[in-house]
Design a protein around this ligand. Sequence first.
Ligand code: FES
Length: 922
Amino acid sequence: MNSPANIPNLRFQLDNQQVTATPRPGERLSETLRSQFDARDVKIGCNAGDCGACTVLVDGAPVCACLTPTHQVDGKRVETLGGLYANDPLTQSLADRFLAHGAAQCGICTPGMMVAATALLRDTPTPTADQVEIALSGVLCRCTGYRKIIDAVVGLPPMAQTAPDATSETNTIGAPIPRLDGREKVAGTEAFGDDVAPAGTLEIILIRSPFARAGFTLGDLPAFQAATPGLVAILTAADVPGLNRHGVIPGFIDQPVFAEDETRFRGEAVAAVVLTPEAATTFAPDHFPITWQERPAASDIQTAQHPDTALLHDGHEANVMCGGLVSTGDADAALARADIVVEGTFQTGFVEHAYIEPEAGFARMHNGRIEVSACTQAPVMDLDTLEQVLGMDRTKIRVIPTGVGGGFGSKLDVSVQPYLAIAALKTGQPVRLCYSRTESMQSTTKRHPSDITLKIGATKDGRLSGFRFDGLFNTGAYASWGPTVANRVPVHASGPYCIADYHAQATGIYTNNPPSGAFRGFGVPQSAIAQESLLDVLADRLGMDPLDLRLLNALDNGTPTVCGQIFDQGVGIKPCLTALRPAWDSERAAANSFNADPANIAKGLKRGVGIASGWYGCGNTSISNPSTIKSGLRADGTVVLHQGATDIGQGSNTAITQIFAAALGVPTRKIHRLSGDTDVTPDAGKTSASRQTFISGNAAHLSGLALRAAIIERLNIAPDAALTFEPGQVSARDAAGTQVLDLSTLPEDAEGYVLSASETYDPPTKPLDANGQGIPYAQFGYAAQLCTVQVDTRLGTVTPLKFVAAHDVGQAINPILVQGQIDGGIAQGLGLALMEEYIPGRTENLHDYLIPTIGDVPPIETLIVEVPDAHGPHGAKGLGEHVLIPSAPAILNAIARAAGIRITQVPATPSRVQAEIKKANL
Ligand code: FES
């Protein structure tokens, strides 16, 4: 690491040790701490001082280590979370509070949050919420919605009333136990994608297109390599051993690993260089020998569909990727006979996932096999892709998921994995790759922009009569999950309402933009903006209370959905709406009195309360999507759970373990959990579509019951006997007495288990016909939210003041996790409504692309509704996507109530709000 150019003998105190460092001139403290002192608790989310994940204390003051030149800490004291957690009782106590409140979800921001909070608490032991917001304002979190972090730092009583480790004794479904994998997160020891490569590993740098569409010619690559010290290998499309394509939907595998003759979006990779770490620090991608020929690009849906525009992919006329349709009754006839018809057009833009962990990973050759460790939501899908791209038997490939610092859908697609695998194969050496923030934002998937036209009719008494929805979705340069969006949106565009005459179609359009993919809701949040906004317009035209209109038309047990599906139980939208009634009345009364105050009128401040509903089918649409969960009992009495439902912060490591523990009859703390390593854990499917609690949860339930049955059978004891797992034995007690199973008497299998159980659950669905009729999902979850906002009619700013969120989760397996999902989803819905818009070439970092900060998310009151589902484990329903579907339309409806304007293009930036106010002459 040392070189003549390095600064020698720089000394500082790192936690409670004096250390000597040899940084390069200008080297950042974050890099020094990670590379020279293995301080991997210092997370790098942006390398630009925007996210705060790398926050450390220098002489007691919080700083971004990525903005601090290492030479500036000479003679100073540097404290990281690892040191604070080991040495400072204040941080240890804070860690317990973070766990008890569920303030760490994925955990990638947690080191920055806890370090900044420690600095605050040293000076201000009992801070107010406002003081916490100020002190933590430099650290971004994409998962939690911040409210539980504030509660933890302030020191409010948590939902869990007992100490974190003691509560994990209980098996009770519904117990608010702290997340079982939380200790590593609050200690800063969880290893994410960029934390697993050993020091000295070769580095990969990708060469990317600077244009939305361009031809290119590679120069003399051997000469370039020979002239570049430390350049170990160059990779291009010619180096892809198998198929130079990846994707996620059969029939739509259309994205090259390396572009072959033309790039289709800004940031697309055309080549990679593999360098020694020293060479990587000085490599300039601009010097790579390539010439570009910029070509006219289809930057939006309208351009892409113009007859003169070049096709992005052969066989897709007018750049139409594919479409989806649900039709029942006669929508046009119903609209024609409706007493009132409302219609509108709505636009949404690209939304960036903005997880704080950029895509990262490590690969090596090991015993003749390739091993890829990376952050992922779908390890077995990654294996499927690598099998194709490498042209290699899948038994020669191992995928080892690392911790995931947020995913929200984008880490369902491969990113770094093919490059890592190809580079390790070509060089035979370990390699690492971590996307910069800009690379991450340029090249990974986004939420689909949408152009939606909608018409809704109603009778005079408020019954919906006719619904016609037409949505165009910008799927970017490659399909990714676009076909899923096209199929899912028409099923959900009705909202959770009974509509007999319905026609909804969604079409994905290729454009020269980054691929749009999966992002929490698969297009449904976009369609809900249109549908829930127009329902409010309809309520006004009818002179009806918006809540009453929704209740009147809400689905119920026994009423058909627009796909003709009828549920006998579990339809929970009416209970959600009913639960909101008290807050709906009180919040509107408070807003009315605020608006009547002359002082507020003089300031141009107006308040309004908006409401919106949502529903979401859990799991894949109309196709098989099984999960398998395996468990085993070792001779020493250890219970092992192969938990392959990737935990990206939502809590599957905890919820699935709780379900399994309850079925087996063992405390959760006694379970040894294995991750989704494809060598050791069966496929629990991808973490998407709100499927893990429902589908993997059912598989875990079955696995626990099967392992229990195997024990019961050997002891010939009552099926409901209480089991106690002890070293080397299991004892079972029923009314007749206690029996003991001596585990040493049982033969071990190849994995060292004396008993094991592997169980699979696949939800019962049926294919949709040509009109979208059938059984798309075995279960839906339901939601209704209200939001109070304040609009500054002079500045056009919108300030959410409060959310009340009623969510039907069937059965809350763990209320801490439920609240965490709701808070985090609302924060993302707030961003969608008010501030987030990804514009290629303009908002490619977390400085220009705004996500909600700790000061942006107002208090959230959660109302957990439990209407048991027929298929969910213990009646539980999925929740992950549902949480942001009503949030944006509730905000837009609140703006309309406050300011009398209807925003139809999000985000509702101050300039758009001001323009609408001007247009309305208010
Ligand atoms: Fe904060 Fe995931 S917990 S970013």
